[in-house]
Ligand binder design. Structure first.
Ligand code: SF4
Length: 90
């Protein structure tokens, strides 16, 4: 049976639940706090990052893959869904 036209698109006029940090594979490594966040895999240069401490698709709260709770998406964090933001990567 053919899908209706509207069933083929994800509506953009509503909120969708974000992924938990643990499911996304999110982690923060303190050693990278002062690293150059424009190079390498960091939330800071990810397309989904919302400055200063949020992500469009991963929740701020809850434990990360190491069971740690920072309550933010840190610029020096990263998860398995990282996607390059061409305006921030070098
Ligand atoms: S790497 Fe990207 S998708 Fe993952 S938590 Fe950071 S900003 Fe969000």
């Amino acid at each position: 049976m053919a899908q209706s036209q509207s069933a083929r698109y994800i509506p953009a006029d509503r909120q969708y639940p974000k992924l938990s940090k643990a499911v996304s594979g999110y982690t923060e490594v303190d050693l990278f706090k002062n690293a150059d966040l424009h190079s390498g895999y960091f939330c800071y240069d990810c397309k989904y990052f919302i400055k200063n401490n949020h992500c469009a698709i991963v929740e701020d709260s809850g434990p990360d893959v190491n069971g740690r709770e920072s309550g933010i998406i840190a610029p020096h964090g990263v998860c398995s869904l990282w996607y390059p933001n061409e305006e921030e990567t070098r």
